[in-house]
Design a protein around this ligand. Structure first.
Ligand code: ZN
Ligand code: ZN
Length: 448
């Protein structure tokens, strides 16, 4: 997927691609370079649908579909998960191309609708098995658990993605590389992911006969539940038939309580991404015996010595429906501050992706560092961590330094003069502004 060579999708295509309603003749390409970065181009549609869900939820239920702190954390994880793609082609494509170039058995014609439909089925089948293993193999769960850590269920939850996941998911698609051209695979890999966006909602109840064949909001709500009846069910990407065939289907009945069976109770992005890896590490060393250690990594997250591979159902905490989701206690003022900083950072992230070909590796690295610092700082702020004020001050200074050394341009050109004045001052001005920033942030944080 080459950002230079791609055509922009039209509004009609943009809407249809969110539901996999694309035709083979408009989405078949001879080379990988011609394949548009559909996921990249989906950002305005993600935002529009999130706003639409907000309006519909207010209208139908008189309340928003989720909570601000949770939604910000989901969007933050979505951004985090896309950062590695700034530096290299994703491992899902690299390994696929390698297998295709060295080991393919036949080359199906890239322009045939039959290849298109076969790839649709193949990618969705691969996704089912990847997703199932991501729940049944502890080391894979370490990545995928990020997606399940939201205690709300709305469109923003779909964006809560793992940085680690693609390092194992490619395995499940690699058999397709024996006969399906990479350009066709790259199209369906993206549509399969995009389709799974709209099913993360509570505003759509039941879709009648469609529920038999395709994955729907109702089926996927069950997948996100921590009620005992929901665990290890409905792994489908687009077609629910795989769950029906392989015995993992469960229909929605009693009220679903969302999230992990053991909630992480934090909005801090590194914990959201990596806390389970740390847990595996400590469990690995605490568990006696070589085979047991091996099982800690490759059996289910609920496994322990003497237990079945996927653990014991009765050990899953029972839900009452009265669970109170973890929420942030910060003031309204700080919430507004967090939203404003998130929006600015989102614009900065978008611009970095758009300009990535023109930026030096150093600038790219520094910008990614700044994005991660921003995500972490907002997480600290929402968590009301004691170091939040200091981290935010460091972040603001980091912004000024990036500007000073030419690694970013200001969003509003008229601001550049003020920035220039501020930065070109002597070091004591920098020291004074550091003290002033720390002081103001500490006041702001302590007053909440
Ligand atoms: Zn899952
Ligand atoms: Zn999901």
């Amino acid at each position: 997927m080459n950002p230079e060579a791609q055509q922009d999708v039209s509004v009609s295509q943009g809407i249809r691609m969110m539901f996999y309603m694309m035709k083979p003749n408009e989405t078949s390409f001879q080379t990988l370079e011609e394949v548009p970065d559909y996921v990249k181009q989906a950002t305005p549609f993600f935002i529009s649908l999130i706003l639409l869900e907000l309006v519909i939820s207010w209208f139908l239920k008189g309340k928003p579909p989720g909570r601000l702190d949770d939604a910000l954390t989901s969007i933050s994880a979505g951004i985090f998960s896309r950062l590695p793609s700034l530096f290299s082609r994703s491992i899902e494509l690299t390994t696929y191309i390698y297998i295709w170039e060295n080991y393919r058995l036949i080359s199906l014609p890239w322009h045939s609708p039959w290849t298109w439909y076969l790839t649709f089925l193949g990618v969705d089948f691969g996704y089912y098995w990847f997703h199932r293993m991501a729940h049944e193999v502890n080391i894979m769960w370490a990545g995928h658990q990020t997606h399940h850590s939201s205690e709300d269920y709305n469109l923003s939850t779909a964006l809560r993605q793992s940085v680690l996941q693609i390092y194992t998911s490619w395995i499940f698609y690699s058999p397709l590389a024996l006969f399906i051209p990479p350009s066709v695979y790259a199209v369906h890999l993206q549509f399969n992911l995009l389709y799974q966006f709209w099913i993360h909602t509570e505003v759509i109840n039941n879709l009648g006969p469609l529920e038999l064949i395709i994955n729907t909001p109702s089926h996927h709500r069950v997948h996100h539940g921590r009620n005992r009846y929901c665990i290890d069910k409905n792994y489908a990407g687009v077609l629910i038939i795989w769950d029906r065939i392989f015995g993992t289907f469960e229909a929605e009945n009693e009220k679903v309580v969302y999230g992990l069976t053991h909630p992480i109770n934090t909005f801090e992005p590194f914990k959201v991404q990596f806390h389970h890896l740390v847990y595996i590490w400590t469990t690995f060393w605490a568990t006696p015996g070589f085979f047991n250690k091996f099982s800690v990594i490759f059996k289910g997250p609920g496994w322990g010595p003497g237990k079945p591979r996927l653990g014991l159902s009765e050990e899953i905490p029972e839900v009452t429906g009265e669970e109170v989701p973890f929420s942030s206690s910060v003031s309204h003022l700080l919430r507004i501050y967090a939203v404003v900083q998130s929006v600015l950072m989102l614009a900065f992230y978008e611009e970095t992706f758009a300009d990535k070909a023109a930026l030096s590796q150093v600038t790219l690295l520094l910008r990614v560092g700044f994005i991660i610092l921003t995500l972490t700082s907002i997480g600290f702020l929402l968590d009301q961590r004691p170091k939040a004020a200091i981290l935010e001050t460091v972040r603001c200074l980091g912004f000024l330094m990036l500007y000073r050394f030419g690694h970013l341009k200001p969003f509003i050109p008229s601001l550049s003069f003020a920035l220039e004045l501020m930065i070109q001052g002597r070091e004591d001005i920098m020291a004074k502004s550091f003290r002033l920033l720390t002081y103001s942030f500490q006041n702001l944080f302590l007053s909440t």
